[in-house]
Write a new protein. Structure first.
Length: 353
């Protein structure tokens, strides 16, 4: 018997040259910034904010709130407000409140159905009711995945550490020493535990599936979506989703240009001698150290993935024409295990029968 704990501590590709992004101008949906030294003024207002409001007022007593602010280009913003804290860090899972606003100079004003927020350059936010009464202030808060920089265990194979792409087909290293999209693992895996880190470009004018799109295609069949869906609802085709099949339990996408992590445990489906599926694949995914899929039974292939079958195909890092980057990729091969399944009621635990 073996155990693998994954806990909180721990579509068809289109090919675009990087020149598309280098040549795209502000206002173009392909406009993408990969270097934080080159960001616009809006970028510094984008991000997460957190704090206590209502201490000195009778509005609703005191409460903790989290705020995610998303830049949409040329001073336009949308935002999401959460009661209790941020997703994965205190949010009480009540309804997400949406706000919109504009930046004028050093102040971004956001308005929702209940609150008016003034986000000031430097990371402070005045929270007011719609009558203008100050309820409190919250501050900018930058989270880091607890699995960022995770070192491979002794039984892991290091696939990418910035020095070589020998483990990849058509793999390309960028000038920064990062792995580009549009590649696949040379070796195939039946069941495995995978760690990888990814960085989304800053694309303020893009929306939906055009905003920093890539994906991790397990067995070339099952896509764990990569997308800049920071501050959004987190539906089935957004970051962390099993593409168009299941949304993440919580949207744990960090802002663009932040390094993020996926820790994935995958148990392959089973097929009989006639090729009929007798057991679904199972998956657990941690995004930025927080479980977003827990012992989930994958019912079918996703999106543009290959049809299910006993034949093994490689894991792919999808090129969806956006300059997403990867680093620190390693895998523990569980293919020789007798038929690993998820134990219950243990949380995120793999073992054999």
């Amino acid at each position: 018997m073996f155990r693998l704990a994954l806990v909180g501590l721990f579509c068809v590709s289109s090919i675009f040259s990087s020149e598309v992004f280098a040549q795209a101008k502000k206002g173009d949906k392909n406009f993408a910034i990969l270097d934080i030294k080159q960001v616009d003024e809006d970028f510094h207002f984008q991000g997460e904010y957190y704090g206590l409001i209502g201490t000195d007022c009778s509005w609703c007593g005191s409460c903790t709130i989290g705020l995610q602010v998303v830049a949409r280009g040329d001073g336009n913003f949308v935002a999401s407000l959460y009661y209790g804290g941020l997703p994965g860090n205190g949010w009480d899972r009540s309804e997400r409140r949406e706000l919109t606003g504009m930046r004028k100079g050093d102040v971004l004003t956001l308005k929702g159905e209940e609150l008016l927020l003034q986000v000031k350059k430097g990371g402070r936010v005045d929270v007011r009711d719609l009558a203008g009464h100050l309820l409190g202030q919250i501050s900018k808060y930058q989270r880091t995945s607890v699995t960022l920089g995770a070192k491979p265990p002794v039984d892991a194979t290091v696939l990418f550490d910035g020095s070589s792409v020998d483990q990849f087909k058509d793999g390309k290293i960028t000038d920064e020493g990062l792995l580009n999209v549009g590649t696949e693992f040379k070796k195939t895996y039946h069941s495995f535990r995978l760690h990888l880190e990814f960085r989304l470009p800053y694309m303020p004018y893009a929306t939906g599936q055009a905003r920093s799109n890539s994906g991790v295609y397990l067995q070339s069949r099952y896509e764990v979506q990569v997308l800049d869906s920071f501050g959004l609802e987190g539906v089935e085709n957004e970051c962390g989703g099993l593409y168009k099949q299941k949304r993440a339990d919580v949207n744990m996408c960090f802002p663009p240009l932040s390094w993020q992590t996926y820790d994935i445990a995958f148990v392959a489906p089973r097929f009989d001698s006639a090729g009929k599926k007798t057991k679904n694949a199972f998956i657990t995914v941690l995004q930025n150290g927080i479980p977003i899929h827990q012992d989930y039974s994958i019912i079918a292939k996703t999106g543009g993935g290959k049809q299910e079958g006993a034949e093994l195909f490689p894991i792919k890092l999808q090129n969806h024409s956006n300059p997403v980057r990867f680093r620190n990729i390693w895998i523990v091969d569980l293919s020789d295990q007798p038929d690993p399944v998820y134990c219950h009621p243990c949380q995120s635990l793999l073992c054999d029968r």
